[in-house]
Write a protein that binds this ligand. Structure first.
Ligand code: Z16
Length: 851
């Protein structure tokens, strides 16, 4: 520790963060060195891309020192470490975030200006690290930020996909997917750890042998195919701390081991080619959100990642603690982000019993104490079930262990409930017909805690999909940790102007409130300060202009920044009900046209019926999800018609922003007046974009679902537009659809009629969408919630008033902006720092490390 102390006071020769923050010359010198020697270019032809790379390298070099120091300190302190296993980390851009967390933004901006560059243009060069689909992956990214910022010792483990989530293009109103080769230019934020290579085996067979030490027979697995896991590390800077954790992503590489049978048969080419296939394991992220395809390569990805991570974790443990396995639960917590890493439970058990010679019961006790599982959905199509024969072929020893785990578990269940024969069938890890492994059940059995991601969701899992497990394990095994978002990215980075205004009002020039978000509450003091409300509204207006510019450049549609910006951006999914939103837009348009036909002028319509608004959509559809693609198509076609109707002035515009991603979200979230979170009640586990919008002063229209419920509680029900049927009634309504048929309200009938008349292009294109509601049971209850949605919108319009963007409308300030301020003041709860503290206390039993 003394040595570390000395090092951090600058006795080493490399410049550290503080040199760069305090000394612009140093930054410039290092920047030029990176351009000239690192990139081999001259300053005369250094473009923005090269500037981005050189600036990033400069900052990264300094960051790496904090990172190395942190790792040494954590090793010496030997406290408990958390490992967050996630198949997705939707990080977005790293440079801007590093500048903010390291507090060297101003300095970098100035240095770059001296060198002839504009910081924003340079930042814009960075491709998003888009190694995730949506909420689940972004949650993992927020969590690693909070782990560092709150001084925890915590690593992320994931996969280094060569292709992240596809890029979405809209061509002729259809989604087109193109590959996201995000590593085209080498990534300055990755520290390649070529020396960390871990062999991972697949296939092969299991045999028994006599253990020479104990004389007992033991099982052994001889793999049939071997690949190497090579580490690529991302240092994760914390805000206002030099605690810098690690995100380790694995790359699959071929081994040097050669298939001599093929080689000897003269098939050298084949032999090399089959080696090269190793790399395909980490080549691409599966682009499904809330849906599992059950592909063999996906299972391979999961085991590859889990095996490498467990090996790495155990190796690190053994360096200090040798074979003191009983200490493992005091040293290590493993959080399973969804069921994707469930094989970690099996792999850890295998390592302990087969390789380390621990007795089954002792090993299992350790495994359960170490692991915990987060559930993110109750939707059946998203729950993983792997065919038994596939698991047995790919991982023969693991399947045996799964059967043993199941056997011991079912024995326990039988003892507890000897009468209930059917219970055994219901809770078995193995589902019969088709025989498959229920990963969620395995995850529950192998974990000491299971958590949902919002209160409502955590209650639902106990009463629906996992209710039998509550019976077996008791309710205390099940807990809730409501999701959160990092205010560093989602307030400070996305919304510099608002975060500065808040810092000013809180008299907090160093932005310490960003790691103590409860302080937002102090904004309530200014709720009657009219000048403040005007300032607040002016910030929103500037952010809307910034969004309008993005819309213009992406869609070539002009939206007037003074109108209400009504936004729904998230993955496209029937349960999220973008279809209901676009149907309501169509209804509004039809009504406007009807009024026009009756001779009502636009001015009169604005006065008596509708305020002006822009409906803004964005989000990706899984490539194989026909319904979701149909919804995108409808939104685009409706936009085409409405945006080209030059008789309605600025009353209505409809845009679909292509390729919604993290860096676009950073512009979109601060630019909303209203955002839609309108899932069928009980389907959206939490939602996190609701938090991003609300934290940026947008109001929410939403159903009583996921985290909306808690947002309403925190900010006050009068500040959120909740509507719709409740989760408790969903089953009954579906049943009613089934027996009585679906009752489509008049309003929605008009919309269907217009679609079927061809007002928005070929009606055949939208047949599945309309029929799904009218004739096929309306599973997501659009017909039941449609009129309630329209009513909620009426309330929105009354509250918003005719803004005009001049910030002087007293009614707008009093009704709308007040709600906006009050909401932000009460959003502190939704910081991911609070989540991480809850996980730490309730699940991991760890404390922040002493730095
Ligand atoms: C995902 O993004 C989510 C759940 C899931 O089972 C799979 C994926 Cl890829 C989302 C939930 O839909 C969302 O409600 C939640 O906020 C998010 O996970 C983070 O918990």
């Amino acid at each position: 520790l003394d040595l570390l102390e000395k090092k951090s006071h600058g006795t080493n020769h490399e410049p550290n963060i503080h040199d760069i923050v305090e000394n612009p010359q140093k930054f410039e010198e290092l920047f030029v060195r990176h351009v000239e020697t690192g990139l081999g270019r001259s300053m005369y032809n250094c473009d923005n891309l090269a500037a981005y790379q050189a600036a990033s390298k400069t900052i990264r070099d300094a960051l790496v020192l904090d990172w190395a120091n942190t790792q040494q300190r954590q090793t010496i302190q030997d406290g408990k470490r958390v490992y967050y296993l996630s198949l997705e980390f939707l990080m977005g851009r790293a440079m801007d975030n590093a500048l903010i967390n390291l507090k060297c933004e101003t300095n970098t901006r100035n240095s770059l200006r001296d060198l002839g560059f504009n910081l924003e243009d340079v930042l814009d060069q960075e491709p998003d690290a888009a190694l995730g689909n949506g909420g689940l992956g972004r949650l993992a990214a927020c969590f690693v930020d909070s782990l560092s910022s709150k001084n925890y010792s915590g690593w992320g483990y994931g996969l280094s996909y060569q292709y992240g989530i596809f890029k979405q293009k809209i061509v002729d109103s259809y989604q087109i997917e193109t590959p996201d080769y995000w590593l085209k230019y080498s990534n300055p934020w990755i520290v390649e750890r070529h020396e960390i290579q871990i062999p991972v085996d697949f296939y092969g067979y299991v045999y028994e042998e006599i253990d020479p030490n104990t004389g007992k027979t033991k099982k052994n697995w001889s793999g049939g195919e071997r690949v190497l896991a090579v580490a690529a590390d991302f240092p994760i800077p914390g805000f206002n701390t030099n605690n810098t954790n690690n995100l380790r992503l694995w790359n699959a590489k071929p081994t040097n081991e050669f298939d001599f049978t093929k080689f000897n048969a003269g098939d050298y080419q084949q032999s090399v080619a089959s080696q090269q296939r190793a790399e395909s394991i980490t080549s691409v992220l599966y682009p499904n959100d809330n849906f599992e395809e059950g592909k063999e390569l996906r299972l391979k990805q999961q085991y590859f990642w889990v095996a490498a991570s467990i090996h790495d974790i155990i190796r690190r443990f053994k360096k200090t603690h040798k074979a003191a396995w009983h200490k493992l639960p005091d040293q290590i917590a493993i959080q399973l982000n969804d069921t994707h890493p469930t094989l970690a439970i099996v792999e850890l058990q295998r390592v302990l019993i087969d390789l380390e010679g621990v007795e089954w019961d002792d090993a299992w006790d350790i495994v359960v104490k170490v692991c915990a599982y987060t559930n993110h959905t109750v939707m059946l199509e998203a729950l993983e079930k792997w065919p038994v024969d596939l698991v047995g072929r790919l991982l023969p020893r693991h399947l045996e262990i799964i059967y043993d785990i199941n056997y011991f578990f079912l024995q326990k269940v039988q003892k507890l409930y000897p009468e209930d024969r059917d219970l055994l069938r219901r809770v078995s890890i193995i589902e019969e017909d088709p025989k498959s492994v229920r990963m969620a059940y395995l995850a529950i059995i192998g974990s000491h805690k299971v958590n949902g991601v919002a209160e409502l969701h955590s209650e639902l899992i106990k009463t629906t999909i996992f209710k039998d497990f509550v019976k077996v394990f008791g309710k205390d095994k099940f807990t809730n940790v409501t999701n959160g978002i990092t205010p560093r990215r989602w307030l400070r980075q996305a919304n510099p102007a608002l975060s500065a205004l808040i810092a000013k009002k809180l008299e907090d020039p160093n932005y310490n409130y960003l790691t103590n978000l409860g302080r937002l509450k102090e904004l309530e003091k200014f709720i009657d300060d009219k000048e403040f409300l005007k300032e607040w509204d002016a910030v929103k207006f500037e952010n809307k202009k910034r969004l309008a510019a993005l819309i213009k450049s992406e869609t070539n549609v002009d939206v007037d920044p003074t109108v209400l910006f009504d936004i729904q951006v998230k993955r496209i999914h029937e349960y999220k009900r973008q279809q209901m939103n676009i149907f309501a837009v169509i209804y509004r348009y039809l009504h406007i046209k009807e009024l026009q036909r009756q001779g009502v002028s636009i001015e009169e319509i604005k006065e008596k019926y509708y305020i002006s608004k822009a409906s803004i959509f964005g989000g990706k559809a899984a490539p194989g999800y026909y319904m979701a693609k149909t919804i995108i198509h409808l939104i685009c076609k409706v936009g085409e018609v409405i945006n080209n109707d030059d008789t309605i002035d600025n009353l209505l515009k409809v845009v679909f922003i292509p390729d919604y991603n993290v860096s676009k979200a950073e512009i979109i979230c601060p630019g909303s007046d209203l955002s839609n979170h309108i899932s069928t009640a009980g389907t959206e586990a939490s939602g996190t974009s609701n938090m991003k919008f609300a934290l940026n002063g947008g109001l929410i229209i939403g159903t009583v679902d996921g985290a909306n419920v808690e947002i309403a509680r925190e900010i006050g029900e009068e500040n959120i537009f909740l509507f719709g049927n409740l989760a408790e009634n969903v089953e009954e309504l579906r049943h009613k659809h089934f027996v009585e048929g679906v009752h489509v309200p008049k309003t929605l009938q008009k919309v269907f009629a217009a679609i079927e008349e061809g007002q928005f292009g070929n009606p055949d294109d939208f047949k599945a969408l309309v029929d799904g509601i009218r004739d096929h049971g309306d599973y997501y209850l659009v017909s039941d919630d449609f009129d309630l949605f329209l009513d909620a919108h009426k309330k929105v319009e009354k509250t918003f008033g005719h803004h005009g963007g001049d910030s002087d409308d007293p009614a707008h300030l009093q009704r709308w902006v007040r709600k906006s301020v009050w909401s932000v003041a009460n959003m502190g709860f939704f910081s991911s720092d609070r989540c991480i503290d809850e996980y730490a206390e309730d699940i991991w039993n760890v404390e922040p490390s002493n730095i």
